[in-house]
Design a protein around this ligand. Structure first.
Ligand code: ADP
Ligand code: F6P
Length: 315
């Protein structure tokens, strides 16, 4: 098993479930450190029942994570397959995002059965309604923005909050609604600052609103630039807050731990059934699975109903 790409709270719960269920199912479980980079360097350790004690509540990943661009090269995938064969690895659970699943698909095609588990705070895996890390990340954002709101309110200011999401606005949308943001800017939907932010601010000023939260996903632009424009166009003191990696850490929420445990458990069930090249997903509230190719061919769009709700009530 390995964790790859950006880490996410709850990855440890998934790792724990894979180890415990793996051992229960009669497998010998090996943890590969630092994702595909560690696999190419043979960084492996045996995992036992007690190797995963006391990690359920910890953020990050005890297996470490990494990005490994060279894993896209054919000869490295062939080498990884050989390294796994040499170590007696007969199946691999890969916990990460869609890039991680592409690597898993390549390995599966070369004869190493892989099962993917969605782990990314971005919640941008189209095949799954939920990815491990999302709930904790949005709760962290909400806690931080509540603090910003206290001081923003005391000083009649506007705060522009930049959250993670280079290509996806799920964190911005969910946290934006939960924080009562006046405007939510996401990469999936083109925006016009004048129409979507300034006009709304001016209209709400007339109804007595005195402080504002604007939420934007990093893929849309920089909070610093947008704050400058808002201040110059409205005259309202506006400050940028870039939350950064604080969003990726912290103790996973209860929901996170439960879903990650169920997903890790299901990954091992699939291996025990001799399945390969599948991704564990959550659909209609149930943990299930589908082929990696199918999962990768889907593209996730933003929840337009939620986006509309946000627009209708932040007035
Ligand atoms: P995530 O898995 O969170 O989306 P990345 O997109 O960075 O994060 O992918 C994680 C890792 O998956 C990459 O660093 C690389 O090692 C591997 N990967 C990504 N794309 C491919 C690909 N097309 N083929 C093989 N491996 C890939
Ligand atoms: O894990 C996904 C993500 O958080 C994206 O939202 C963000 O763009 C990216 O990772 C940043 O990761 P890093 O700083 O590790 O490159």
């Amino acid at each position: 098993m390995l964790t790859s790409g950006g880490d996410a709270p709850g990855m440890n719960a998934a790792v724990r479930a894979v180890v415990r269920m793996g051992i229960k199912s009669g497998f010998h479980v090996i943890g590969i450190e630092r994702g595909y980079a560690g696999l190419l360097e043979n960084e492996m350790r045996d995992m036992h029942l007690r190797s995963v004690s006391d990690i359920l509540q910890r953020g990050g990943t005890v297996l470490y994570s990494a990005r490994c661009p060279e894993f896209k090269e054919e000869w490295n995938i062939a080498r990884a397959k050989e390294i796994c064969e040499g170590a007696g690895i007969e199946a691999l659970v890969t916990i990460g995002g869609d890039g991680t699943f592409r690597g898993a698909l390549e390995l599966t095609r070369r004869g190493l059965p892989c099962i993917g588990v969605p782990g990314t705070i971005d919640n941008d895996i189209a095949a799954s309604q939920y990815t491990v890390g999302f709930d904790t990340a949005i709760n962290t954002v909400v806690q931080m923005v509540d603090r910003v709101r206290d001081t923003s309110q005391s000083h009649d200011r506007c705060s522009v909050i930049e959250v993670m999401g280079r290509h996806s606005g799920h964190i911005a949308l969910y946290a934006g609604i939960a924080c009562g943001a006046l405007a939510i800017l996401v990469p999936e939907i083109p925006f016009n600052l004048e129409r979507d932010v300034i006009t709304k601010m001016v209209a709400t000023l007339r109804t007595g609103k005195q402080h504002f939260i604007v939420m934007l996903a990093e893929g849309v632009g920089s909070a610093v630039d947008i704050a400058e424009k808002i201040e110059s166009l409205t005259g309202i003191e506006t400050q940028p807050v870039v939350l950064g990696h604080v969003q990726r850490g912290g103790s996973p929420t209860a929901l996170e731990r439960v879903v990650a445990s169920a997903m890790g458990h299901h990954a091992v069930e699939l291996i025990a059934e001799g399945k390969s090249g599948r991704v564990v997903v959550q659909r209609d509230g149930r943990v299930t699975d589908l082929p990696i190719e199918e999962a990768l061919s889907m593209s996730k769009t933003i929840d337009m109903d939620l986006y509309r709700i946000a627009g209708d009530i932040s007035i």
